[in-house]
Design a protein around this ligand. Structure first.
Ligand SMILES: *Cc1c(COP(=O)(O)O)cnc(C)c1O
Length: 464
């Protein structure tokens, strides 16, 4: 194993793990997040050579450095190719120029029309392979603000030896997002409409992991963006976009849980030239406040037009804190404990300085989101979704070029917001239109850990 193919925890108290172990575990056993012991390095020449190569070729080059010998090259290659075979745009993550030196990086051409597919389509396949290798079962519990749930269901529904429980905040996801989850025909998919916010759902999932005996008993695991394999898979499009442009870019990233933008930091740490990473948030602006005021503090949750970013606690920020403290695991563990207790963390000068050297942050509210959808439509004829619009709004505040806006969802997933902005709904892809006619299946659950545990146990009773 090389350093880039074994993984340590941001909190420093977990045994080293390989890629397959990290994939199956999700969260490290000390409560921290896995990061590679050392980032693999790509030379300028290697990166330039990615230009014009198929997306899955680049994905293999990058993922294989993390995978080491946990999967054979042939298996990894075939899973990556199968993951992207169903994307409706063969470029997988095409760049579309919308103004001079300003681009959309379209990440929504997968089966559920949001960027989560790019990582989860790979993760599901590797997951099934790793489980088969060890003859085990797994229970996946995912909290979703809207898009992770459907992408996880699309990737894992119907796979043997895997049960998938998805918690979404009841009434706070769009109708399309809900239907994408609740119309799954697969018996191993269990949808829970939680009486609470996304943060409540995420806290419940963390609570399940903390019940270590139960977690072990049911082989609990996570496919949320705390799973490092997702970060690795998402780093790929920073490389392909930069190689296509032939020049380092500024990436503007609609941010919730900080996974997508941290994948940009990962790419940069692997040797990719990036001008800047711009965090774009909606009114749930914890990340913008952290960067701009130096205080990472949870605020009240706002229900916005970009629900997949309605998040107060950005789980992946822990990875950026770890890196920005120059990998001080003791400090990171203490800081995360303080934050769990106080809901607030004052960032030390060194950490803040390191973060600011890489990231800028802007918040845009719903009114600005709507104005931005209209402005982009009027100027380019392009309809963007409200999450992408938050980033396009932030892009207005920077002058650096080339500017690459990550387009994280298809506008048809959010017809109400788009209609409010431009007066008509975006054309609906046939796969989404078909959902209207399918029966929905979900259970409503109160925000309670014991109740959730009971629900999961009853659904798994068939195992014994
Ligand atoms: C999940 C999601 C985001 C936020 O990504 P994070 O990795 O959580 O920061 C942004 N836009 C859309 C459409 C999403 O589904």
């Amino acid at each position: 194993m090389t350093d880039s193919s074994h993984f340590i925890s941001t909190r420093g108290q977990a045994p080293k793990a390989n890629f397959a172990e990290v994939l199956l575990a999700g969260l490290a056993p000390d409560g921290g997040l896995y990061v590679p012991a050392a980032w693999p390095q790509f030379s300028e020449g290697e990166i330039a050579a990615f230009a014009g190569k198929p997306y899955s070729h680049v994905a293999f080059e990058i993922l294989s450095r993390f995978a080491g010998d946990a999967f054979s090259s042939a298996d990894l290659k075939s899973d990556i190719e199968a993951a992207y075979a169903g994307f409706e745009d063969k470029a997988i993550a095409p760049l579309r120029e919308i103004a001079k030196d300003e681009y959309l990086l379209e990440l929504f051409h997968g089966p559920t029309f949001a960027f989560k597919d790019i990582a989860l389509q790979i993760l599901g396949r590797l997951f099934a392979r790793a489980l088969k290798g060890r003859g085990g079962r797994a229970t996946i519990v995912a909290a979703t603000s809207g898009d992770t749930g459907s992408a996880a269901i699309a990737a894992l529904g119907g796979l043997p030896n895997i049960e998938v429980f998805v918690l979404h905040p009841r009434g706070r996801v769009s109708d399309v997002q809900r239907r994408q989850m609740t119309t799954s025909p697969h018996a191993n998919v269990h949808n829970i409409a939680l009486e609470g916010s996304f943060d409540d759902a995420q806290a419940l999932v963390k609570g399940l992991f903390a019940q270590t005996e139960f977690a072990r008993e049911i082989s609990l695991t996570a496919v949320n963006s705390i799973n490092f394999v997702r970060i690795a898979a998402q780093a790929v499009y920073y490389f392909t976009a930069t190689a296509a442009l032939g020049h380092p870019a500024t990436f503007i990233v609609p941010t919730g849980n900080f996974g997508d933008i941290f994948a940009g930091e990962a790419a940069e740490r692997m040797g990719l030239g990036i001008q800047r990473l711009v965090i774009a948030t909606n009114q749930n602006d914890i990340m913008a406040r952290a960067l701009n005021d130096g205080v990472y503090a949870a605020g009240a949750a706002h229900h916005t037009l970009s629900p997949s970013m309605d998040i107060q606690v950005a789980s992946n920020f822990e990875r950026a804190l770890f890196e920005s403290s120059n990998r001080d695991a003791d400090w990171t563990a203490a800081a995360m404990n303080d934050f769990a207790r106080d809901k607030k963390l004052v960032l030390p000068p060194l950490v803040l300085e390191n973060l600011r050297a890489r990231y800028s942050a802007f918040a845009c509210d719903d009114a600005q989101t709507l104005v931005t959808i209209k402005r982009v439509y009027d100027a380019t004829g392009q309809i963007i979704d409200p999450h992408t619009a938050v980033a396009a709004c932030a892009a207005q505040r920077i002058t650096a070029r080339p500017a690459v806006i990550l387009a994280t969802a298809h506008p048809a997933k959010f017809p109400d917001a788009v209609t409010r902005a431009i007066g008509f709904a975006p054309p609906v892809p046939p796969a989404l239109a078909a959902l209207d006619k399918l029966p929905e299946k979900q259970d409503i659950l109160a925000n309670s850990l014991p109740l959730l545990r009971k629900f999961i146990s009853s659904r798994l009773a068939a195992w014994t």
